[in-house]
Design a protein around this ligand. Structure first.
Ligand SMILES: NC(=O)c1ccc[n+]([C@@H]2O[C@H](COP(=O)([O-])OP(=O)(O)OC[C@H]3O[C@@H](n4cnc5c(N)ncnc54)[C@H](O)[C@@H]3O)[C@@H](O)[C@H]2O)c1
Length: 349
């Protein structure tokens, strides 16, 4: 398979992780990188032998760029994505796809009209153990799903929020510990448990100053299938703990920490269970964002998702996490914020 030419827009924290992931993936080749801070683009381009652009629109004119990774601040994506779609480029966007479902709908409409693929980065779905849980759910091994939890008890310093004017704002971050950090586990929770029907919630700002958004949130969910759920999120808990997702049913339970299974128990055992249990002590392929936004993050999850996206482009298929899937988590988080604001139980679907 001929490799797919990629461009990156936004060379801040996560742009270099995309560049490293593309360099590791044979189905992808980095052609260009762009940043309004031209020095950032030049530095990253120099590391990977790519072309640097100050204006992403110039990069879109390069026919070798077939797909674009959107790594700009979350609330800047809709306009850039529409320009990418009009230029005929496939789009693999960082999470959240944008900061509101209204803005995400513009991206989806533009990509559908231009017939280009739209993917949303949720690298946590690509860990081997998350895939094991999904498989066990499909095989009915959990029995009736009755409880699902996501706990993101992380730490982000005041300096982290102060490092970019967009951080912690409604307009460009779209929310706090749920919209920026917890969204990965919220996506996994819905992927495992199914659509959420209703939510009650509370949010607060407890450990930082100058933020418009929450650094503490709790939500109680009812899923469409009748299961219950709890989301706990924070970026104010020192020193930060592994992000956890738990799936519980009448015939089995699984606990995932930073993409790694820590508990795996079924009423009816299968031979594969022993092999899975033997990997409990292994490090996660995803790394951990518990205490630092990037120090613990590995590029392997991104590499797997970029490979999946490139395969979809070359083989005429669909990416595993499409734009519409990326919209689901943002919709739930919007409803959590509404429930916290109004004190009411809010219908999600
Ligand atoms: N998947 C993950 O685990 C993960 C981890 C970190 C960040 N992210 C996401 O990545 C996005 C960026 O976060 P970050 O921490 O890298 O932010 P950042 O502020 O470090 O980097 C953003 C970069 O975009 C550049 N930029 C802004 N407007 C631009 C434009 N019009 N054209 C080109 N470049 C432009 C900025 O100059 C900056 O270099 C956020 O949406 C965040 O949610 C995802």
């Amino acid at each position: 398979m001929a490799s797919v030419g990629f461009g990156i827009i936004g060379c801040g924290n996560i742009g270099p992780v995309h560049a490293a992931a593309i360099a590791l993936e044979k189905r992808a080749k980095l052609i260009g990188v762009s940043d309004v801070v031209e020095a950032s683009a030049q530095k990253l381009a120099g590391q990977y032998g790519a072309q640097a652009y100050g204006d992403y629109r110039k990069m879109l004119e390069n026919p070798k760029v077939e797909a674009v990774c959107l790594c700009v601040p979350s609330g800047l994506r809709a306009e850039i994505a529409v320009a990418c779609a009009l230029a005929g480029k496939h789009i693999l966007s960082e999470k959240p796809l944008d900061v509101t479902t209204k803005r995400i709908d513009k991206i989806i409409a533009a990509t559908e009209k231009a017939k280009v693929l739209l993917g949303c980065i949720f690298q946590s779905r690509f860990s081997d153990d998350a895939l094991q849980i999904r498989r066990a759910i499909d095989e009915g091994r959990f029995g009736k799903l009755i409880l699902g939890d996501a706990a993101i008890k992380w730490y982000r310093s005041q300096a982290y929020y102060d490092s970019g004017a967009w951080r912690g704002t409604w307009k460009l971050d779209g929310g706090g510990c749920l919209m920026n950090q917890g969204i990965h586990q919220i996506d996994l929770l819905q992927w495992f448990m199914g659509p959420v029907k209703t939510v009650r919630a509370q949010t607060a700002l407890v450990g930082h100053t100058g933020l418009e958004v929450e650094d503490l949130a709790t939500a109680i969910l009812e899923f469409e299938n009748g299961a219950h759920g709890v989301i706990e999120g924070s970026t104010a808990i020192w020193p930060g703990h592994p992000a956890r997702v738990e799936v519980h049913g009448t015939a089995g339970s699984a606990v995932l920490e930073d993409g790694k299974l820590k508990s795996w128990a079924f009423e009816k055992r299968k031979p594969i269970d022993k092999k899975i249990e033997a990997t409990f002590d292994r490090a996660s392929v995803l790394g951990s964002g518990a205490g630092d936004p990037l120090k613990g993050l590995s590029s392997e999850g991104h590499r797997r998702q970029i490979a999946d996206f490139a395969r979809a482009i070359r083989e005429g298929g669909r990416p595993t996490v499409e734009g519409r899937e990326g919209r689901v988590a943002v919709n739930l988080i919007e409803k959590i914020y509404e429930a916290a604001r109004t004190g009411k139980t809010v219908r999600v679907a």
